[in-house]
Structure formats: structure tokens, C-alpha cells
Design a protein around this ligand. Structure first.
Ligand SMILES: Nc1ncnc2c1ncn2[C@@H]1O[C@H](COP(=O)(O)OP(=O)(O)OP(=O)(O)O)[C@@H](O)[C@H]1O
Ligand SMILES: [Mg+2]
Length: 300
């Protein structure tokens, strides 16, 4: 890790560098994220706005370790999410992150109260403590009178606020919200956004809220605009620690990495004791001396 990045990571909950995501379906490729750089400070409320298809949900999935980026880095408290194995990803999601989606993720047969206690009980919290926290969360979000209602007995806005309580149940450090007001009228949307604001202020939870609605975005401390998988107007700095190689052996090398390494369209590959060295192909090499690549050669 470069010293600069280490310093930035110390001062932020989340640091994103050169984040790329390419979805592959057969021969078709969709580049959903084209190299994003940004940070989320501890306790910050960040909104991400952008048109449909600009990569908002993709980005949120990467931040919540629900999916892996194709290339680039996400640091959470200075630790790389892209380097976590499946088990650690699962633990990260369970212990550090809360999710709220547009369509409610409540269990239909359970009351609001039991929906909120459920994740705490699953995480092994004692019943008394879980009950107390559920009551506190529901009261904080203005649902004191609705605790014994089931999801189909609650309004859309109330359901979303219960969903926020569920996401907060295990006291996550980061709350990720994707179009939570998408299906709500503006008055109800205001109530839900005020609840997110209160969550941020009272519990110090960092929040990343995705929306296509500029009014909804205004509840945050800061708004990032994205378009076509890029942050509009943001400067690129570099740190790439991981990338993928597909079945055909193709590797995505982020543009900033290529630029810094002086890599053009052709490269020289060399197997070294540390792995594979990818070097720029010098102009004179083009005519004659392309070094031989000995893949798998192991010298004594
Ligand atoms: N699993 C997938 N496989 C292939 N392509 C995908 C997949 N998920 C998303 N995409 C594509 O990636 C791009 C970004 O999608 P994403 O869902 O992140 O957009 P979005 O900004 O959340 O849009 P919306 O506002 O409509 O929810 C789109 O072009 C989408 O079609
Ligand atoms: Mg989306």
C-alpha cells in the first residue's frame, strides 16, 4: 500500500480506488464500473445519484461484499475487501454492514418487532438484549405504535422504516440503502429519509444511499454523481491490488495502472520467482527482440 493511501485509509471508513466491474454473459460484456475513486468518512452520510444503468446498485453490492469487483480496491477500515475469502466476506456482511433494498426484505409472517429481533437472535444475542434494542430502534424511527403489526398491516413508508431497523439490528458500521424511497410518495419518502438522517446522527452509522431522485439525495452530507460507471468530474488516483483473469486468459488492467506503468497495447510477459511480470514493450522490441516467455519454467 502506498503511504498516501495508507494515510487516506486511516482517515476514512471506506476507500474505493480504480474500481471496475465487468459483467460477462457468454461473449457479451457489460462494463458496469469503469474505474471509480472515492472515500466515505466515518459517520458520513453519502448519496449516490445517477441515471438508470449507471452502476449504482453494482457499486453498492461491491461495497457490501455481495459481489467481487473485476479490478480495483475497496478498503474498509484499511482492510481490503477484495482480498477476503468467502467466509470472511460473509462475516464482514454479518458484522459490519446493514442493507436496505427498494423492495422490503421483511419476513411476512412476523411482526415488526420480531422482524427486528430476528437478526439479533440469529447472531446469538440474548433475548432480553435483543428485545430492548428492537424496541429502542423502532421507537427512534417513530414506530412505537406499530411494533405488533405484520408487514401487510403497515404502510409502504412504515415497512421501509422497519426494514431500516432490521438493517440496524446488529449495529452495523455501514448502512447501504438502494432506492429505499423508490416506491414511496414524496411525503412518505421525506419521512424515511429523515429516519435515515436520524440514524446517521444518533448512532453515527456511515450511510451510502443510492437514489435517482435529486431531492432524496439532498438529505446526505455529500452527493456523488455517477454516469456510465464513472464518477462525473472526479480525478483518478491509483491503487489496484487485484484483478481477474477470465477463461480465455484475458486480464483487465485498469487504465490508471497502465498509464503509470507506461503500458500500451502490447506487453512483455516474464515469469519471475514472485509471479508474472508484465512490462511495457519498448519500441525497438517491436521489430526483433521479443523475449521468450517460459511459462511454468522452474529453475533450480
Ligand atoms: N448480473 C448482471 N449481469 C449482466 N449485466 C448486469 C448485471 N447487473 C447489472 N448489469 C448491467 O450493469 C449496468 C449497471 O447496472 P446497475 O444495476 O448497477 O445500474 P443502476 O444504476 O443501479 O440502475 P437503476 O437505477 O436502474 O437501478 C447496467 O447496464 C446493467 O444492465
Ligand atoms: Mg439499481
Amino acid at each position: 500500500m502506498t503511504e498516501d493511501l495508507e494515510q487516506i485509509a486511516e482517515q476514512h471508513k471506506v476507500v474505493v480506488r480504480d474500481l471496475m466491474k465487468v459483467y460477462r454473459r457468454g461473449q457479451k460484456e457489460v462494463i458496469a464500473l469503469r474505474g471509480m475513486d472515492f472515500e466515505v468518512a466515518s459517520g458520513e452520510f453519502l448519496s449516490i445519484v445517477g441515471p438508470s444503468g449507471s452502476g449504482k446498485s453494482t457499486l453498492l453490492k461491491m461495497l457490501g461484499a455481495l459481489d467481487r469487483p473485476t479490478a480495483g480496491t475497496i478498503l474498509f477500515d484499511g482492510h481490503s475487501l477484495t482480498l477476503l475469502d468467502d467466509r470472511r466476506s460473509m462475516l464482514f456482511r454479518r458484522q459490519k454492514v446493514g442493507f436496505v433494498w427498494q423492495t422490503g426484505n421483511l419476513v411476512p409472517g412476523l411482526t415488526a418487532f420480531n422482524n427486528v429481533t430476528l437478526p439479533m437472535r440469529l447472531a446469538g444475542a440474548p433475548k432480553g438484549a435483543a428485545n430492548e434494542r428492537a424496541r429502542m430502534l423502532l421507537e427512534t424511527l417513530g414506530l412505537a405504535e406499530r411494533m405488533s403489526h405484520r408487514p401487510n398491516q403497515l404502510s409502504g413508508g412504515e415497512n421501509q422504516r422497519v426494514a431500516i431497523c432490521v438493517a440496524l439490528a446488529n449495529n452495523p458500521e455501514l448502512l447501504l440503502a438502494d432506492e429505499v424511497t423508490g416506491e414511496l410518495d414524496s411525503e412518505t419518502a421525506t419521512m424515511v429519509m429523515e429516519s435515515l438522517r436520524r440514524t446517521n446522527q444518533e448512532f453515527g452509522t456511515s450511510i451510502v444511499n443510492v437514489t435517482h431522485n435529486p431531492h432524496v439525495a439532498e438529505y446526505a452530507d455529500r452527493v456523488l454523481h455517477i454516469r456510465d460507471g464513472l464518477i462525473e468530474g472526479q480525478r483518478h488516483t491509483l491503487y489496484g491490488d487485484i484483478t481477474e483473469i477470465d477463461a480465455k486468459g484475458r486480464m483487465v488492467i485498469p487504465e490508471t495502472v497502465r498509464r503509470l506503468a507506461g503500458i500500451g497495447k502490447r506487453v512483455v510477459l516474464k515469469v519471475t520467482p514472485d509471479g508474472l511480470l508484465v512490462s511495457p514493450l519498448a519500441a525497438q522490441d517491436l521489430d526483433n527482440d521479443i523475449p521468450e516467455t517460459k511459462v511454468g519454467a522452474s529453475e533450480p
